[in-house]
Design a binder for this molecule. Structure first.
Ligand SMILES: Cc1cc2nc3c(=O)[nH]c(=O)nc-3n(C[C@H](O)[C@H](O)[C@H](O)COP(=O)(O)O)c2cc1C
Length: 209
């Protein structure tokens, strides 16, 4: 069973996240960058879905999506979100709560250009989470857009881009024998400006399993 030695010594949970993600990748866990994203709309209704973590930006966890999707509408109404990573093989979980903000257009465009062409066309073709008449209708739209962009670079759609989740609380959970798991919670020091990407002062405490 893994020990918690490394985290005990760590002052920065973002570093802890980077280490655990790397270890999950090294252990061969597929889609180790997949995370559950929880949003809550302005009526207090929660919603969750999986997104892929695509790196850090200004101290925040980035993911990319359709800005007209239900998750983006929730975020517009309420910027408080939660992210959850779970790596079963290593009996590890990281819970993150914080606020979310849009990446700049240039950041989103830069990432969009790294995507394969099929995904770029897909971002134009799919009105994410809207009702589709049929699969054929979607494929027809893909064919039209593929033709429209033939021989040209596919630009980043205005309705597509990234968000960064700026953490204010992060909890590391390491499964141990007899359900006596290790849990460490890191919170940004209030006095240092909770929830801001610049605040680097984290306090941590051990929580009961
Ligand atoms: C493994 C996995 C990874 C996913 N990654 C993303 C992603 O990075 N961005 C995204 O918009 N949707 C992603 N999805 C789809 C979402 O879970 C969800 O179905 C979609 O974004 C619509 O969510 P919404 O209606 O709440 O906006 C992923 C799904 C799975 C299962």
């Amino acid at each position: 069973m893994n020990t918690f030695k490394a985290l005990k010594l760590m002052a920065d949970p973002l570093q802890g996240f980077a280490i655990w993600l790397k270890e999950a990748e090294a252990a061969g866990i597929e889609q180790s960058e997949a995370a559950s994203l929880a949003t809550v709309n302005n009526r207090g209704a929660p919603s969750m879905r999986t997104v892929l973590y695509k790196g850090m930006s200004k101290g925040g966890f980035c993911f990319y999506t359709n800005y007209n999707s239900p998750k983006s509408r929730d975020i517009e109404q309420n910027s408080s979100v939660a992210l959850l990573f779970f790596w079963q093989v290593q009996a590890r979980q990281i819970r993150i709560t914080g606020t979310v903000e849009k990446l700049s257009e240039s950041e989103s465009q830069a990432y969009f250009l790294t995507r394969d062409r099929g995904s770029q066309i897909g971002a134009w073709a799919s009105e994410q989470s809207e009702e589709l008449e049929s699969r054929d209708a979607l494929m027809q739209r893909v064919a039209e857009l593929t033709e429209m962009h033939a021989g040209k670079e596919v630009p980043c759609p205005p309705h597509w881009g990234g968000f960064r989740v700026l953490p204010s609380v992060m909890e590391f959970w390491q499964g141990r024998d007899d359900r006596l798991h290790d849990r460490f919670q890191f919170s940004l020091d209030d006095a240092k400006g909770k929830g801001t990407a610049d605040a680097k002062t984290w306090r941590h405490k051990r929580l009961a399993p």
